[in-house]
Write a protein that binds this ligand. Structure first.
Ligand code: ADP
Ligand SMILES: N[C@@H](CCOP(=O)(O)O)C(=O)O
Length: 323
């Protein structure tokens, strides 16, 4: 019987859509939330089994209602290991801002999946395959374009499997590509931003969008100089302008200056894709001139090659320490 274990997971923030890849393209970023899960020998207090530090510490529940605990518990129960969830406490160190379009909810779901998978493996069950993990994540989070890069890292492209599910493929990334995030203080709930989208778009717009989406795969992999042309979206950003006019004003100003700026996920963070050591300085200069008094945080980062990582220590099984 598994008595004790410490499991640490680190999950990247993600930027979904990336311009023309609405609900399909996503990118893992070098900004990570970490969760330390401790399996105790005895049940823990279900009302106080989660500690949160950083983002959301005043708002998120400390009970088993916390998203990470809930996902872990439900998966464990489904795999016949509900008893482990009763003995699990979590310490969440959150860096990814919430409701800013950086995939915080997907990161929480993926953390829960990774913890459950690790506990199942320590209990002698098979580790789930990546496609199953993606299906689980999409079941909770709904957005494959955040879930896939959080699980697998890099740049991913999600597509329907023809049977109501989704598959993902990884896209190589040119090593010179950098990312600058412009993170405003205001939040926008993803559900609200989705509510602004129309039920239909014109065929010609959809056709142009597919052409640009195809170009994006080439640009991010081999030709970063084409990223400005390769990030023209026709499916979501403009429709969402009323919900985040300041974010779209930043996109407009940056694009007018030749920078490949897009709304990150459902916004209101703006992601700028480009190359060069001076990318942060260029973004700062454009926004300083175009949007005086802007209090957004400007963060330079890179594409995270890895998705969620898991480290297991202090495992004790029937009194024997095995790792
Ligand atoms: N690390 C976390 N732990 C628990 N819940 C989280 C965490 N991150 C996000 N959430 C939940 O997800 C909500 C944000 O989801 P959403 O509006 O989709 O924004 P995002 O674009 O950041 O994913 C938060 O208000 C919170 O309820
Ligand atoms: N494709 C989704 C992505 C939502 O990402 P989030 O990080 O804002 O939750 C959408 O654009 O609605």
């Amino acid at each position: 019987m598994l008595l004790r274990a410490d499991i640490e997971v680190a999950v990247p923030a993600t930027s979904a859509n990336l311009g023309a890849g609405y609900d399909s393209f996503g990118m893992a970023l070098d900004v990570h939330d970490t969760v330390r899960a401790t399996l105790h020998p005895e049940p823990v207090d279900p009302a106080h089994c989660v500690s949160v530090f950083g983002e959301g510490e005043d708002l998120l529940p400390s009970s088993r209602d916390h998203l990470v605990h809930r996902v872990t518990s439900e998966i464990l129960a489904g795999r016949g290991l509900a008893e482990l969830a009763d003995r699990l406490s979590l310490a969440c160190h959150n860096v990814i801002p919430h409701s800013r379009g950086m995939g915080s909810s997907a990161a929480a779901v993926v953390a829960g999946i990774a913890i459950a998978d690790s506990l199942a493996k320590l209990s002698g069950l098979e580790q789930e395959d990546p496609a199953r993990s993606l299906a689980r994540a999409v079941g909770y989070e709904g957005h494959p374009d955040n879930a896939a890069p959080a699980l697998f890292g890099g740049v991913t492209l999600c597509y329907p499997d023809g049977a109501g599910g989704v598959r993902s493929a990884s896209v190589p990334v040119d090593e010179s590509v950098r990312v600058v995030l412009v993170i405003p203080p205001e939040r926008l709930d993803t559900g609200v931003a989705r509510g602004l989208l129309p039920a239909r778009v014109a065929h010609a717009e959809a056709a142009a969008n597919s052409a640009v989406a195809g170009l994006f795969v080439h640009a991010i992999s081999n030709a970063p100089d084409l990223l400005l042309d390769a990030t023209v979206d026709r499916l979501h950003q403009e429709f969402r302008r009323p919900g985040m006019p300041e974010a779209l004003a930043r996109v407009d100003a940056l694009r007018a200056a030749g920078l490949a700026a897009v709304v990150s996920g459902a916004g209101p963070t703006v992601a700028v894709l480009g190359t060069g050591e001076d990318l942060v300085a260029r973004v700062t200069a454009v926004l300083g001139a175009a949007v005086p008094g802007d209090t957004s945080r400007i963060l330079g980062t890179t594409v995270a090659a890895a998705g969620v990582t898991t480290t297991v220590t202090n495992v004790e099984t029937r009194g024997a320490v095995i790792g």
